[in-house]
Ligand binder design. Structure first.
Ligand code: ZN
Length: 200
């Protein structure tokens, strides 16, 4: 890889830089953890061990990160190293949804957060600087927009409802009065003769 173009050299430097940052961060964390774990040991062992662990972990992370960066920059078409990089990004809004989240605070108030969650279809285009081959990668990403939060003061819960009084035992249904006999003719009480006065 002695005949790298300027683009490739820059790309490699960028991958190296991010790998170094990652290795450094993770290495320092590992070293601090080692300091903490080796708390009971003497000073030399404690600090020596922490430095060794920090360097070892940092190096491993650097190597893994560089490898993955180099792999993603490798052109599958022409095999050129450090040649592939993102040339374009196209985002399309796929959906947007109103969301709300309620979170109770220690003082019993409620933090209400509302936002619009937008889902985008993203198409990233990667191009090889050497052969011009392009390929795309499609994925979805979500973003929060117009996020606002308000704190609602604690409202005492409504008093518990008094238990409903036991419903009185249902009175037995009154038996329906027997239907009047259908044959009204003979059984009906004799009508008072209203026309009595007219009787001759
Ligand atoms: Zn290529």
């Amino acid at each position: 890889m002695s005949n790298l173009s300027q683009d490739q050299v820059e790309k490699r430097a960028a991958i190296q830089k991010s790998a170094t940052i990652w290795g450094g961060i993770v290495g320092v964390i590992a070293g601090l953890l080692a300091l903490w774990i080796l708390n009971g040991q003497g000073g030399a062992i404690r600090f020596g061990g922490a430095i060794v662990i920090a360097l070892a972990v940092g190096y491993l992370v650097f190597r893994a990160s560089f490898k993955s960066g180099a792999k993603s920059a490798l052109c599958e078409n022409c095999g050129a190293a450090f040649s592939r990089s993102r040339s374009d990004r196209d985002e399309t809004l796929a959906s947007s949804e109103e969301k709300e989240e309620r979170e109770e605070q220690p003082d019993k108030s409620t933090k209400v957060t509302t936002w619009t969650e937008e889902t985008y279809d993203v198409v990233d285009t990667y191009a090889c600087a050497k052969c011009g081959d392009t390929n795309t990668k499609t994925y979805q990403t979500t973003r929060r927009r117009d996020e606002t939060s308000v704190v609602e003061p604690h409202a005492p819960p409504p008093p518990p409802k008094a238990p409903a009084p036991p419903s009185p035992p249902k009175a037995p249904k009154k038996p329906k009065p027997p239907a009047a006999p259908a044959s009204k003719g003979g059984n009906s009480p004799p009508k008072k003769d209203s026309a009595g006065g007219n009787k001759k």
